[in-house]
Ligand binder design. Structure first.
Ligand SMILES: Cc1cc2nc3c(=O)[nH]c(=O)nc-3n(C[C@H](O)[C@H](O)[C@H](O)COP(=O)(O)O)c2cc1C
Length: 347
C-alpha cells in the first residue's frame, strides 16, 4: 500500500490516500463569511494536482464563534450557493471534498464578540463565560444546521474541528472542562456535546454523508486522546484526523528512532486502538515519508498541508518523481496566517 492506493471511507471511494488538511485563507472572506472567487480558484487548483481529498478550511458555524472577522462562514442558508461552487469545482477533478465545521469557543477574539463562551470559565480570560444548557442546545443546532448546508452545497461530508483548543476540544479536555453536569466529569460526559452533534447530523444528512473528526491526540494527555478516539468510533465517526491539542495539550515524547514529530506519533498511537481510518498530519512533507507511514501500517491516510500549498502538484509529481517545491517553513510563523499571498512560494 502507498499514497496512490485508493481508500473507501463510509462507502465513498477516494482515489488516493493524500488529503489537503483544512487551512484557513485569512482575509479571503468578508465579515459576511461568503465564499470569494479566490477560494474557488484555490481549491480547484489543488484538486487539479491530483489529491484524493480536500478538507476545506475551518468554516464557522456561528458568527459569534469566529477566530477572526474574515473567516469563511456556514451559519446561514445564504452561504450555500458560494460553498456549492467550491464543491463543484473540486468534484470536476474527481477529488472528494469535505468542509471543516468550526467554533472557537473560549478562544473567540474580542474583535468578533464581546464574550467568549465555553464549557467552563477560563481563569486567564476575563471575557469567558460558561455556557448554559440552552446555549449548548443552540450550538449543537448550529453545528447540525451547518452540516445540513454542507450536504445541500454538495460536499461529501464534514469534518468536525475537535482539535487545537477550540470549542469541541475545550469540551473534551479535562484541563479546560470543569463542569459537574452531564457535560463534564467522565470522558463520555465531556464528549456528550460532540455526540449530540454527530447524532443530529445523522438526522439531516443521508447515511453516505461522511462525518469525520479532527481530534487532539493529547486531550490533555495521549492516554485521554486514545480513550476519546475509541468513544468517537463508537459514536459512528467515519474517520479520525489526529492533530494537536493547542496550548492545554500535553505533548508526549517521541520514542527514539521514530522519524516523525509528536503529532504524527499521536496519530500512529491512536491507530493502534481503533478500526476506523486514521489520518495523520504535520510535517510529513515528502512522498517518501508519507509512504513510510502507509506501507508500515502506521496510518491509513496522510494529510499534506503547507507542502501541498507550495506545490499543488504534490501528488502528480509524486507519481512522476519530479522534484516538489517544498514549504520553506517561514519563522516565526507561516506567512499564510496573516495573508495567503505573503507565502514566498504562492503561485
Ligand atoms: C496558515 C494555516 C492555517 C491553518 N488553518 C487550519 C484550519 O483551518 N483548521 C485546522 O484544523 N487546522 C489548520 N491548520 C493546521 C493544518 O491543517 C495542519 O495540521 C498543519 O499545517 C500541519 O500540517 P503540515 O505540516 O503538512 O502543514 C492551519 C495551518 C496553517 C499553517
Amino acid at each position: 500500500m502507498d499514497i496512490h492506493t485508493p481508500i473507501v471511507i463510509n462507502g465513498i471511494n477516494i482515489k488516493n490516500r493524500v488529503a489537503l488538511p483544512p487551512i484557513v485563507n485569512v482575509g479571503w472572506s468578508n465579515p459576511d463569511g461568503m465564499v470569494s472567487s479566490k477560494h474557488i480558484a484555490h481549491y480547484e487548483r489543488i484538486a487539479k494536482g491530483g489529491t484524493g481529498l480536500i478538507i476545506v478550511e475551518a468554516t464557522c458555524v456561528n458568527p459569534t464563534g469566529r477566530i477572526f472577522k474574515y473567516q469563511l462562514g456556514i451559519w446561514d442558508d445564504n452561504h450555500i450557493e458560494g460553498l456549492a461552487r467550491i464543491a463543484e469545482a473540486v468534484h470536476k477533478h474527481d477529488t472528494k471534498v469535505l468542509i471543516q465545521l468550526h467554533h472557537a469557543g473560549l478562544t473567540t477574539r474580542k474583535a468578533v464578540a464581546e464574550k467568549a463562551f465555553g464549557p467552563s470559565v477560563d481563569p486567564e480570560n476575563n471575557r469567558s463565560v460558561e455556557l448554559t444548557q440552552e446555549q449548548i442546545d443552540g450550538l449543537v443546532n448550529s453545528f447540525v444546521s451547518a452540516a445540513r448546508r454542507a450536504h445541500l452545497a454538495g460536499f461529501d461530508g464534514v469534518e468536525l474541528h475537535g482539535a487545537h483548543g477550540y470549542l469541541l476540544n475545550q469540551f473534551a479536555s479535562s484541563a479546560i472542562n470543569h463542569r459537574t453536569d452531564e457535560y463534564g466529569g467522565s470522558h463520555e460526559n465531556r464528549l456528550q456535546f460532540a455526540h449530540q452533534i454527530i447524532k443530529g447530523i445523522r438526522e439531516v444528512a443521508p447515511p453516505s454523508f461522511i462525518i469525520g473528526y479532527r481530534m487532539a491526540g493529547c486531550s490533555p494527555t495521549l492516554t485521554d486522546g486514545i480513550e476519546i478516539a475509541k468513544l468517537l468510533q463508537d459514536y459512528g465517526v467515519h474517520y479520525l484526523h489526529v492533530s494537536h491539542g493547542g496550548e492545554k495539550g500535553i505533548n508526549p515524547s517521541v520514542p527514539n528512532g521514530f522519524a516523525f514529530n509528536h503529532v504524527v506519533y499521536m496519530g500512529t498511537e491512536v491507530k493502534k486502538h481503533v478500526t476506523v481510518p486514521v489520518m495523520v498530519v504535520n510535517q510529513i512533507k515528502s512522498p517518501e515519508r508519507a509512504n513510510m507511514l502507509l506501507s508500515n501500517g502506521l496510518a491509513d491516510t496522510v494529510a499534506i498541508g503547507r507542502d501541498m500549498l507550495t506545490d499543488p502538484d504534490w501528488v502528480a509529481k509524486a507519481k512522476t518523481g519530479e522534484a516538489i517545491n517544498l514549504c520553506v517553513d517561514c519563522q516565526p510563523r507561516c506567512k499564510r496566517y496573516t495573508k495567503p499571498e505573503l507565502c514566498p512560494l504562492a503561485e
